[in-house]
Design a protein around this ligand. Structure first.
Ligand code: NAD
Length: 255
């Protein structure tokens, strides 16, 4: 343990199971001395995420469906009772209808586009707005993105524009919240076999291709994404905001 996050309280969204990137982030925050609160999307996930929260010790656990502004506000109100000051928030949430994650991009449905952008991009704005109320001594917000935002990746389809919107929101939020000492950054992770990733058609083909084409000749792990997230939450990155950091074994440079 390095104590990089000693004394810091961090809200981590998006831990649904032990494979979630958010779970690796929660473990890394704890390892570096921080305190973690977790949110879960819906009642059907509560028991599973409760067992993760138990592993962390006394981690507050709060329901938060980011498709509703009221639910996000309620979640932060509830959190305020248990963790009155926040030093960080990790947004690790994305969703798109499975049928819009394959086939012809031109067939993307209007509803699927709206839902993907709502859950995967607008939710950063909604959660940052509410978390800001508790970030009274400044801090860091980190979201998870993917290079499909700026490069065409087969079958990533509707998530591409959603991630482009998310990365733009990172820059606008950084400008807006910077005067309050709140930094906003994104980690652009290489592909990792999580539940969300597995909904993308031929995901394992992508992993295989990257093994031979990244500069480091391998894929990345959730733990590596989590370590970069800890850095972006910590004071080591105190002058970094509005940035997208690639944690992808160098794939963005070669593919
Ligand atoms: P995951 O399935 O473990 O996490 C996705 C999370 O989003 C789940 O916890 C789910 O409950 C939550 N979620 C979906 N809709 C929600 C809603 N309406 N309200 C609240 N929560 C909701 O998968 P993951 O791969 O850990 O994904 C986390 C983030 O990392 C996503 O933004 C994803 O796009 C990003 N990312 C993943 C990869 C990868 O290859 N796995 C690569 C780059 C970026």
């Amino acid at each position: 343990m390095t104590g990089l996050l000693e004394g810091k309280n961090v809200l981590v969204t998006g831990a649904a199971n032990p494979r979630s990137i958010a779970w690796a982030v929660a473990l890394a925050i704890k390892k570096h001395g921080g305190s973690v609160a977790l949110t879960y999307q819906a009642e059907r996930l509560r028991r599973r995420v409760q067992s993760l929260a138990d592993e962390l010790g006394e981690a507050p656990l709060i329901e938060c469906d980011v498709s509703s502004d009221q639910a996000v506000r309620r979640a932060i109100d509830e959190l305020a009772e248990l963790m009155p000051v926040l030093d960080g928030m990790v947004h690790s949430i994305a969703w798109a209808p499975a049928e819009d994650l394959q086939g012809s991009f031109a067939q993307t449905s209007r509803a699927g586009f709206a839902q993907a952008n709502d859950i995967s991009s607008y939710s950063l704005i909604a959660t940052a707005r509410e978390a800001r109320r508790l970030m009274t001594r400044g801090g860091g917000i980190v979201t998870m993105t993917y290079a499909g935002s700026w490069r065409v990746v087969p079958n990533y389809n509707v998530m591409g524009p959603a991630k482009a919107s998310l990365e733009s929101a990172v820059r606008y939020l950084a400008a807006d919240l910077g005067p309050d000492g709140i930094r906003v950054n994104a980690v652009s992770a290489g592909p990792i076999a999580t539940v969300a990733a597995r909904t993308i058609k031929d995901f394992s083909g992508m992993l295989e291709l990257l093994e031979s084409h990244t500069p480091l000749r391998r894929n990345v792990t959730s733990e590596e994404v989590a370590d970069a997230t800890v850095f972006l939450l910590s004071d080591l990155s105190r002058a970094i905001t509005g940035e997208v950091v690639h944690v992808d074994a160098g794939a963005h440079a070669t593919i």
